[in-house]
Design a protein. Structure first.
Length: 95
């Protein structure tokens, strides 16, 4: 197996109930962050049509950008935690 198969692609049947639950929670967090970022960009774009709302629109773009930057951080955190939750001996034998 390749390194990519060991991390970022653990089949659901190989995960413990705790790992599956943690994975589900992080997927929810990822989706909430995604919607939050999209919302900020949509509202910020509308605000840019009005000169009086340019500054709040700029802040919304900044917040949306930070949320988009959080997405890969959530994924990396999830994969590293799942790796720590797994069986290291089995992981080493796969390599």
């Amino acid at each position: 197996m390749t390194e990519q198969n060991l991390i970022f692609d653990t089949p659901a049947h190989e995960q413990s109930p705790e790992q599956r639950r943690f994975y589900a929670y992080t997927e929810i967090a990822y989706t909430v962050v995604d919607f939050g970022a999209a919302f900020c960009f949509i509202v910020g774009s509308i605000f840019f049509f009005f000169e009086s709302l340019m500054i709040p629109g700029t802040w919304l773009f900044l917040i949306g950008s930070v949320l988009f930057a959080a997405k890969p951080s959530i994924r990396l955190w999830r994969e590293l935690k799942l790796l720590r939750m797994g069986d290291y001996k089995e992981l080493a034998q796969r390599k």
